[in-house]
Design a protein around this ligand. Structure first.
Ligand SMILES: CC(C)(COP(=O)(O)OP(=O)(O)OC[C@H]1O[C@@H](n2cnc3c(N)ncnc32)[C@H](O)[C@@H]1OP(=O)(O)O)[C@@H](O)C(=O)NCCC(=O)NCCS
Length: 173
């Protein structure tokens, strides 16, 4: 029996999304951040309160993956924060895309991405943008397979840390 399902994130998911984003961000960015910065960034951006406030905003949405009725993955689409994406009035930005390790490489990330792109199109967006950390080559391969191409590079500046990532874009129409 298939015990996985994909749906939109809702207010009661804030705690689970907070845990998944914190541990996912920590793993992906460990090499690019000073340790104290990593901890304070996760506390600030991914606290259950911050996620609950984000979930309540109508200009964005989360897709979550459930396994046996527990949230094991998430992603967020929101108005652009990347400098390269901001001028694109038809652009939407993918971020906070993490699956718990035990649930990776099973094809579910691809299905979540498809669902996110379909909903973005339904909302009238024509381009999906994202930022992927330079050393995260597996995620880059995943995005390339899903039709994303490199537009440039942007550095995330947070206190003493400044990891660089590639900015990728996909035309959805
Ligand atoms: C990237 C990710 C969301 C894709 O979801 P998924 O369900 O694993 O993806 P699928 O099964 O549809 O596709 C598998 C591909 O995803 C990528 N992938 C799998 N595990 C990964 C991991 N630990 N880290 C990065 N990418 C991974 C690889 O390209 C993989 O192909 P491979 O098995 O041939 O190497 C998921 O793997 C993940 O959470 N990775 C760690 C966090 C991350 O890198 N997030 C993206 C930040 S921009």
């Amino acid at each position: 029996m298939n015990q996985y399902s994909i749906r939109f994130g809702m207010a009661p998911d804030a705690g689970a999304i907070s845990v998944i984003c914190s541990s996912g961000f920590y793993q992906v960015h460990e090499s690019g951040f000073v340790k104290e910065d990593l901890e304070s960034f996760c506390k600030q951006a991914y606290s259950p309160e911050a996620i609950a406030a984000d979930l309540a905003r109508p200009d964005r949405f989360y897709i979550v993956l459930d396994f046996q009725e527990q949230v094991v993955g998430c992603l967020r689409m929101a108005p652009p924060s990347l400098e390269l994406a901001k001028p694109d009035s038809k652009g939407f930005e993918l971020a906070r895309f993490y699956l718990e390790t035990a649930h990776q490489s099973g094809g579910w990330g691809g299905k979540m991405l498809d669902a996110a792109e379909a909903e973005s199109l339904r909302r009238g967006y024509e381009n999906s943008w994202l930022h992927v950390f330079v050393p995260n080559t597996r995620a880059q391969a995943f995005y390339t397979r899903h039709g994303y191409t490199k537009i440039g590079e942007e550095q995330l500046i947070y206190q003493q840390s400044h990891p660089t990532g590639f900015v990728l874009k996909k035309t959805l129409i």
